[in-house]
Design a protein around this ligand. Structure first.
Ligand code: NAP
Ligand code: GLV
Length: 313
């Protein structure tokens, strides 16, 4: 089996070393522009169009992340880019669920205990005690109850928060009040104090964090966006912060990454920024999962994580 590898943003040599170790029988090579020699499988993150276009020999494309929006955007912009017979396979968890749970727990506790406000008071050298928000009314709403969202929701339940979850189809997650589909979106949002976004970015979810949805949350709510920047209408967040509808936001993802130096988010006193690190792709765990799935494909067995191209995730 011939396997192509490409990533623009991490240590290619280390990936090639670990993949060859886990898959000693495969013929693995780094894809370079102009390489159109035969290949059965591609392992990629944000591949250029020319790597995939016309490669009808590929049987599977393994995406080195949970979100496949970048690859599917290539297909939308240039139909026919994705090889016809190839299955697109995303990472399932590989250590990301725990990282997301840590990130969201930190943000939710920071806001509930008002540590964000103590940071501001410290800058003014003010010794002032604030009443913590009552936990029982600090409802957290998790958008997306997939691999990552359901783990985040369960972690928050274990900390005693009232938790709601929203998905496309009906889902049950123990201890979580669940809502599904557009018809239940407003009921899900109503009164939520912290909105956590873990939806995939698809044409349906583009711009879902906007003036209308933010206005349905509890007054002075908090936003945690850890899915994709294009879920958020950035000016609507700035307006909602100015109006006090949103008290503060923690943002890990942005429309343009890296966030441009002149962007108003950088210096906003109520916005906390991280550089798309809420759940990193962990090489060791990812290599194990990809190697297992390549082995299963070789044996003709079914694998999980296959993307439904029409649905977009
Ligand atoms: P997943 O398992 O595919 O779960 C997606 C969830 O979103 C499912 O519950 C799905 O509903 C729901 N959903 C999709 N479209 C919807 C719609 N139109 N309306 C309502 N619900 C909808 O994905 P995952 O592995 O949890 O990952 C989620 C996203 O996290 C990724 O796509 C990626 O963008 C983001 N992410 C970010 C980072 C980072 O570092 N910032 C890292 C990893 C992932 P159903 O259950 O009904 O299908
Ligand atoms: C990272 O953003 C991912 O989708 O895994």
């Amino acid at each position: 089996m011939k396997v192509l590898f490409y990533t623009p943003q991490s240590d290619t040599a280390a990936w090639l070393r670990d993949l060859s170790h886990a898959l000693p029988d495969v013929d693995l090579r780094e894809w370079q522009p102009g390489d159109d020699a035969p290949a059965d499988v591609a392992v990629v993150w944000r591949p250029p169009r020319e790597m995939l276009a016309g490669r009808n020999d590929l049987r599977a494309i393994f995406n080195l992340g949970a979100g496949v929006d970048a690859i599917l955007a290539l297909e939308r912009e240039h139909p026919g880019t994705l090889p016809r017979g190839a299955q697109l396979v995303r990472l399932e968890d590989t250590g990301m669920a725990q990282q997301m749970a840590e990130y969201v727990t930190h943000a939710v506790l920071r806001y509930m205990r008002r540590f964000d406000e103590y940071d501001l008071l410290q800058k003014q050298q003010r010794w002032h005690v604030l009443d913590p928000h009552p936990r029982e009314t600090f409802t957290v709403g998790v958008l997306g109850l997939g691999v990552l969202g359901s783990h985040v929701a369960q972690t928050l339940v274990s900390l005693g928060f009232p938790v709601r979850g929203f998905s496309r189809g009906a889902r049950q997650v123990e201890g979580v009040e669940t809502f599904a589909g557009d018809a239940e979106f407003d009921a899900f949002l109503d009164g939520v104090k912290v909105l956590v976004n873990l939806l995939p970015h698809t044409p349906e979810t583009h711009g879902v964090l906007n003036k209308a949805s933010l206005s349905k949350l509890a007054r002075g709510a908090y936003l945690v966006n850890i899915a994709r920047g294009a879920h958020l209408i950035e000016q609507d967040l700035l307006d909602a912060l100015d109006e006090g509808q949103i008290a503060a936001a923690t943002l890990d993802v942005f429309v343009h990454e890296p966030l441009p130096s002149q962007h108003p988010f950088w210096k906003h006193p109520r916005i906390a920024i991280t550089p798309h690190i809420s759940a990193l792709t962990l090489r060791e765990e990812s290599v194990v999962q990809i190697a297992q799935k390549i082995g299963a494909l070789k044996r003709g067995e079914a694998i999980g994580g296959i993307v439904d191209i029409a649905r977009g995730y």
